[in-house]
Design a protein around this ligand. Sequence first.
Ligand SMILES: *Cc1c(COP(=O)(O)O)cnc(C)c1O
Length: 824
Amino acid sequence: MEKKAANKYNDPSYFRGQVETYLTNILHTDLKNATPANMYQAIAQLINRELGEMRLAYNDKRKSVQKSTDKTKKVYYICMEFLMGQSLKNNLYNLGQQAMAEDLLREIHMDPQVLYDQEPDAGLGNGGLGRLAACFMDALTTQGYDATGYSLCYEYGLFRQKIVDGWQVEFPDNWLPGGRVWLNPREEDTFEVNFYGDYHEYWENGQLKYTLTDPQTVEAVPYDLFISGSGTTAVNKLRLWSARSSGSFDMNAFNSGDFTKAAQRTNSAEMITKVLYPADNIPEGKELRLKQQYLMVSASCQNIVRDQLHLYGTLDNFHKKTAIHINDTHPALVVPELMRIFMDDYGMGWEKAWEIVSNTVSYTNHTVLAEALEKWNSSLVQSMMPRIYGILQEIDRRFRIQAFSRFPGDSGKVDYMAVLQDREVRMANLSVIGSHKVNGVSKLHSQILKDDVFHDFYLATPEKFTNVTNGIAYRRWLCQANPELASLLDDCIGSAYRLDSSQLKLFAAYRSDVGVQEEVEKIKRNNKVRLSNFIGQQWGSAPDPDSIFIVQAKRLHEYKRQLLNVLRIISRYQAIKADPNIDMRPETYIFGAKAAPSYYHAKFIIQLINKLADEINSDPAVSDKLRVVFLENYSVSIAEKLMPATEVSEQISLAGKEASGTGNMKMMINGGITIGTLDGANVEIREAVGPDNIFIFGMTADEVRDCLHRGYDSSKIYSSDPVLKAAVDSLDRGFGGVSFSNIKEYLLKPTYSIADPYMCLMDFKDYCRAHDELAAAYEDRQRWNSMSIENIAYADRFSADRSIRNYADMIWDTRPVLPNPSMK
Ligand SMILES: *Cc1c(COP(=O)(O)O)cnc(C)c1O
C-alpha cells in the first residue's frame, strides 16, 4: 500500500502521455521500441519534473510557516558524503507511483528491475557515514522538516572495485552520464570562495583589521537533487557544490602566449570536486582534501546566511531560526567561516558572533579511532585560508583562557583540549568548542566519548553531550528491497508501519504462529534464490540456496575484523578436510568490502578472502559443504539485493571500536540474526530483541581496555589453542597458491605497537562457541523463524525517522513545518 499525493502525475494516461512525448521528442523513439535505458531516462526526467513542481509549492508553504512561528527552524545538514544509491525506485515508491510505472513497463514487456538497474548509484560516499546522511534526508522529508543537505558534486564517486587475481583494483566511477537526470543546476546561486592570497593584520582605532590581496577565487556552482518523502507533499533538497574557475582564463598569461599556463588555473579549480576521497576512517591529510572541505563549507555558509537575510532581513535571530549540523569533523570549518562572514561582511562583534554561531552549530562524532581524528597541518591551513587561520587563533586564545580557569594550573589538560597545538589544527576539538551539542551514534559510543575521547570537555560542559543512536531508511531497506516481506507485514499488522515504525513491534505477536513462521522462511528462501541467481549471473557460480547464508558486508578495516571471520572459515575448512563425513548443513560465507586504495593491509585481507574462496570452491572434497563468495564492488544497490537474503549478520568488531554500525540494522530488519560483539548499536539490538534472539561473544569494551592495560600477548593464545594455531599456521602455506605469512606475522609479531592489535586471536574461541550455538539454533526451524520474526519486529527503534525526531527534539530544537498526516 503506497500513499497517494493528489496531482496530475497520478493519472496513468497523463503519466504515459508524458513518457511518450519525451521518448518521441527527445529520444526519437517510442514505447514499442524503447530500450530499458530510454525508459529509465524518460521516467526519471518526468519524476524529477514532478518533484520540481512539488518543491515550488512546498517552498511557499514552508516559508510561511517559518515566518509565522518561532517553534520551527531550518535545518542544514552538512556532510562530505551522501551515499544516495539509486533514486528512481525510491522516488516512485515515495510518490505512490511505483505500481502505475510498473504497469506501464509490464505492458511493454520490460522487467522493472532491469529498468531500475539502468541507473548508476550516486556513490558520493564511502560507507556508513555517507549512507547515514542519505537515510537522514529521507527521514527529514517524510516527516516534513524543513531541511537542506549540503555536500560536493564529485565528478567521480567512490571507485568501482574489481578483483583481479584476488587483488583489489580501482576503476573510476563515472556516474554522471546516467545520474545527471536528477541534478538541477542553479547557476544563479553560485558563490565565490577565496583560497590563499597575501594576508596582513593591522590595528586601526583600537580594532584589529586585515587586508587580503590576490586570493585565488573559485566558483562553487550548485546542483540540486530533490529529496522526496513518503506520504507527503514536502520536497527537500540536497545541494551539491561543483567547483569552477572564476575567470575561465588568466588573460595575462593568455596574451603573453602561455596558453598552457592560462588553462592551468581552470584545471586546478575544477580538480577540487573531481573525485571523492576513498578513505574511510583513515587519515587523508592531502591539500586537495582540505580545499574540498573549505569549498563546501564556505559556499554553504554564504548560502545559509543569504537565505536567512532573504527571509528575516536580520542576523539577530539566526540561531533561533537556523540549525547547522556537521556530520563528523570534515565540515568543522563552518565555525570560523560563519564567524568570518558575521564579522567581516556584517560588522558583528566577536562576542555576539560567537554567541550566535556556537548556538547554531551541533556536531556528531563518528569515530573513536585515534588515528582517524582529523588534524591539519597549521601552515597548510594558514597559507590556504589565512583569514580563517587568524580566526582559529583567536578561538584558540579565548578557549585557553576559559579552560585555564576551569582547570587551573593544568596546562597539559588545556593543551590537550585546545584547537591549535603542536603545529596542528585539531578538527574534533574545534567541533566540540564551536557546538552547543555533541552526540555519539549509539549509547555505548556516546558513553565512550564522555569517559574517554572528550572526557575533559565533558567535565567542563556535561550538558553539551548526548546520544542519538543511528537509524536506517527502512522504507528503502525493507519495504522497497524486500517487497514480499513488506507485504506479509501488511497482511499481519496492516500497512501503518510503513510510516510509523513503532507499529512494527506488533509483528512480534506472530513469533509462535507456525503459518507466519513458514511464510517468513519461504520469503527468505525466495530472496536467497534471487541473490544466488544474481551471483551466478555476475560471477559465474551460484551458491546453494539451501546452505546457510552468512554475511559480512562493510568497509574492509582492521577494527571490523573480517580477519576473525576468515580465521574461523579456515578452521571450518580444516575440520572438513580432516573429517570428510562431518555432519553439517552447507555454509555459504558472503563478503562485500572495499578497502581504501592506500590501505595495504586491508587489501591483503581482500586477497586472502578471494584466494581462500578460490581454493575452497574448487576443492571437490569441501565445496558441497563450504563456499566463500566475495561480492565485487559492494555498493548501495548490491546491499539492497544482499540484505533480504541474509540469514546470519556478522557484526564482529573489537568492542569499543565500531561507533554504531547501520549494516547490522539493515540485516536485522530483514530477519537476519546477528552474531556479534557488544559493540556500537549491537548493544541496543541485544536490548531490543533480548539475549535469546542474538548471538553475543567476546570481550566487552571494558575487558578490552583491561586486557590491553595488562599487556596483550597474542602468541600465548596462539600456542594454547590447537584449532586456532592450525588456522594461523596455514597462512604460511597460504591459499590458491599465495602465501599470507605477512598476515601471520601481523597476528603474532609486534609490527609497530603490538601483535594482533584488534585482538582477533583473543576472541576466536568464544566466536567459535557462538557460531556452534547459532548452527544448532538454525536446525530448529521453528526457533530460528521465531527469532527472525522478533528481530524484524524489534528493529522498529532503528528507524532513521526515530533518529531524526531525537535530533529535532534534543539537539536542533525544531518541529516539522508540514507534519505527515499518517505519522504519530
Ligand atoms: C549500510 C552500508 C554501509 C555501512 O555498513 P556497516 O556494517 O555499518 O559498516 C556501508 N556500505 C554500504 C553500501 C551500505 O549500504
